[in-house]
Design a protein around this ligand. Structure first.
Ligand SMILES: Nc1nc2c(ncn2[C@@H]2O[C@H](COP(=O)(O)OP(=O)(O)OP(=O)(O)O)[C@@H](O)[C@H]2O)c(=O)[nH]1
Ligand SMILES: [Mg+2]
Length: 212
């Protein structure tokens, strides 16, 4: 109830101040999908700096991290964003998973604890977002509880969504699976690592910002 009132008053404030200065864009998704890689690429393109660390070990991002006043130009238009990179959301965190990546038992347990806290933080920030880019690994099965929960949450909160199918450089990548799983949303396939299709991503990002 409280969050509904908050959202309602926020929407009124939004419409009173139409000129958007700092559009808050959250990068959400399961661990390892490439949220930080994408946020880093955007930040690098427009500010020269990165936002955070990337790793093949899941749950690398365990605190929300952001970059303010990222000015992006596209087709003669300029928009200013606050980019918010969030910890990967998972339904289950098992410290033993991290042992396979060579972490010691106490490090793995610490990482699991921080990752759990990170998920809570991600969810807490959700209400603050003007729009969300859901980053999915296009080489993985998109029908997961986590993806359905994240997207369902955004829809319930009336937050505009863009789905990014990342890692299209991989042979296994299949965007049609994401399209079949989430047919009602805008989808763009990219490689955050190689920069494939990044112009199309900016096109979609500006469309998303319009809905925010
Ligand atoms: N092949 C390929 N690998 C990628 C791509 N983008 C990211 N990766 C790799 O995927 C792994 C995870 O990337 P991150 O950017 O840390 O993913 P994340 O979603 O921020 O992960 P968490 O912070 O753990 O939630 C790293 O090994 C990246 O190098 C891509 O476009 N193609
Ligand atoms: Mg990350």
């Amino acid at each position: 109830m409280f969050s509904a009132i908050k959202r309602f008053s926020r929407n009124i404030i939004k419409s009173l101040f139409k000129k958007r200065e700092n559009i808050k864009i959250g990068f959400y998704g399961p661990p390892n999908a490439g949220k930080t890689s994408l946020a880093n690429r955007i930040c690098k393109d427009w500010t020269g700096e990165e936002i955070g660390m990337v790793s093949k070990v899941p749950h690398e991002t365990r605190n929300v991290q952001f970059k303010e006043k990222v000015e992006i130009k596209h087709k003669g238009k300029t928009l200013t964003f606050k980019l918010v990179d969030t910890p990967g959301i998972a339904t289950k965190i098992d410290y033993e998973e991290f042992l396979n990546f060579g972490l010691k038992k106490d490090e793995a347990k610490k990482r699991a604890k921080e990752a759990t806290q990170g998920i809570i933080e991600s969810i807490q920030w959700l209400d603050d977002m003007d729009a969300v880019v859901v980053v999915l690994d296009a080489a993985e099965n998109p029908y997961s509880q986590v993806n359905i929960t994240i997207i369902g949450n955004l829809v319930a909160r009336k937050i505009p969504v863009l789905i990014v199918g990342n890692k299209i450089d991989l042979k296994k990548a299949d965007l049609s699976k994401i399209e079949a799983a989430f047919p009602d949303y805008d989808l763009v396939g990219i490689s955050a690592k190689d920069g494939l299709n990044i112009e199309e991503f900016y096109e979609s990002l500006f469309k998303l910002a319009k809905k925010a």
